[in-house]
Design a protein around this ligand. Structure first.
Ligand SMILES: Nc1ncnc2c1ncn2[C@@H]1O[C@H](COP(=O)(O)OP(=O)(O)OP(=O)(O)O)[C@@H](O)[C@H]1O
Ligand SMILES: [Mg+2]
Length: 261
């Protein structure tokens, strides 16, 4: 896979992050082109989750969280004065490490929950439920049990339900923070296929500790690192092929070849 010269859907410019007095990220500059998958890799604690949360303003929900820099979505700074954070989170959806469906809510109601919570009108609920579940590659498994509780699904199915729930909001960007780390290889493969399929129509940013996964699903990769007593940052950013097979920085080379982290 190569980096296409499509327009950038999302762009981080000079992003630094603090928790209280402690600076954990310094000067991150990344461009996320439309219809591309970007993988964020790096050792534990280097700031990947922190960074991905700045991309849809989830970061500011954490007490003591500070931020400098800008995030542009279609050219507009999502931290701009008149921008509504809730609206940003609708355009930039997020899927977490641990599947978090509303457990006692039905499969169908999970899909519709975001729209209901945001007070949006639902034109054709049946169709939206089906389309969302299809896009998340779980329709065939649940079509006959849409009224069952989300808890009745396996972990892998719950994660695809969460992806479907995000898709129901019709986001432009989907952020995924280690979406497969709690899943078996079969569920992981299905989610990877879903990611590749979805990237035809949206921009995806995925955090992963799985080097094979990064190579399977992503077009470009950013390697994050926090060296001792310094904030995290991006060491190297480029086409996934280059990062894994021709890294420029020795630290990238050591990390992608499993020498540390
Ligand atoms: N809510 C918080 N309050 C204070 N410090 C935090 C908070 N969340 C994260 N940090 C700190 O910020 C740094 C980056 O953490 P983050 O969770 O972003 O790392 P990560 O790269 O996602 O790690 P992992 O691969 O283990 O998920 C760490 O030093 C962490 O201790
Ligand atoms: Mg993390």
């Amino acid at each position: 896979m190569t980096i296409a010269t499509t327009k950038s859907a999302l762009q981080a410019e000079g992003v630094s992050v603090w928790f209280g007095e402690r600076k954990v990220l310094e000067d991150v500059n990344l461009v996320f082109p439309s219809n591309q998958v970007t993988a964020l890799i790096g050792p534990s604690g280097c700031g990947k989750s922190t960074f991905i949360r700045t991309l849809n303003r989830m970061h500011e929900l954490i007490p003591g969280a500070g931020l400098a820099g800008s995030i542009y979505l279609d050219g507009e700074d999502i931290y701009g004065e008149n921008v509504d954070a809730v609206n940003v989170r609708i355009k930039v959806g997020m899927v977490f490490q641990k599947p978090n469906p509303f457990p006692t809510m039905s499969i169908k109601d999970n899909i519709l929950s975001g729209l209901r919570l945001s007070g949006r009108k639902i034109e054709n609920a049946e169709e939206l439920v089906e389309t969302s579940l299809r896009r998340a590659s779980i329709w065939n498994e649940v079509k006959d049990r849409l009224g069952d509780q989300a808890l009745s699904l396996s972990g892998g199915q719950q994660q695809r339900l969460c992806i479907a729930r995000s898709l129901a909001m019709n986001p432009e960007v989907l952020l995924m923070d280690e979406p497969c780390s709690a899943l078996d290889p079969g569920s992981t493969r299905r989610i990877e296929e879903t990611i590749i399929e979805l990237s035809q129509s949206m921009t995806i940013v995925i955090v992963t500790h799985n080097m094979q996964q990064a190579q399977r699903v992503s077009n470009q990769t950013a390697f994050f690192l926090a060296e001792e007593n310094t904030p995290g940052g991006v060491v190297e950013f480029g086409a996934t092929e280059q990062i894994f097979h021709g890294p420029v920085d020795q630290r990238t080379n050591d990390y992608v070849n499993g020498h540390f982290g």
